[in-house]
Design a protein around this ligand. Structure first.
Ligand SMILES: [Cu+2]
Length: 150
């Protein structure tokens, strides 16, 4: 059988028995406070998108962010470390993938605050406009991806 056909079957069928053909999951260490519900939902979002999550519960999230060098003004709820990058808040899995593939010269990505409609912050049909911000190393910040309101 030709290889192209095998891949085609895998993509269409999505059968657990064929899961060995999937790419190896990317490891993600997520720090979150014990009471954070939207953090857990974001963890589920990245898990569904092929990330293997090490879930670490911390009471003092401000200390975690400080240690990892997440700028205070870009802070959100949870903080993750993925492929050496810091991922702060409700960053969509697709943007993390892009960051990893591009090997962008950044310290990390953030979606500051907790905008409605981001992965893990679903609020019915409400979707606020928000931006994924790239930060560091150093003081520099840049907008990596703008999501419009819907
Ligand atoms: Cu949150």
């Amino acid at each position: 059988m030709r290889r192209a056909m095998v891949w085609g079957l895998t993509l269409c069928a999505a059968v657990p028995a064929l899961s060995t053909a999937k790419p190896v999951p990317v490891e993600a260490t997520v720090y979150r406070s014990p009471t954070c519900g939207c953090c857990k939902k974001w963890v589920e979002h990245i898990q569904t998108n092929g990330f293997a999550v090490k879930d670490i519960v911390k009471d003092d999230m401000a200390a975690v962010k400080r240690e990892l060098g997440v700028p205070e003004n870009l802070a959100s709820c949870h903080t993750a470390v993925i492929g050496g990058y810091r991922v702060e808040g409700h960053v969509p899995a697709a943007d993390i993938r892009q960051l990893l593939e591009a090997k962008a010269p950044l310290l990390g990505l953030s979606v500051p605050g907790m905008p409605a409609g981001t992965p893990g912050m679903e609020m019915g049909g409400r979707k606020d406009a928000y931006s994924v911000i790239g930060f560091g190393p150093g003081a520099g910040v840049q907008t990596v991806h703008k999501y419009p309101a819907e």
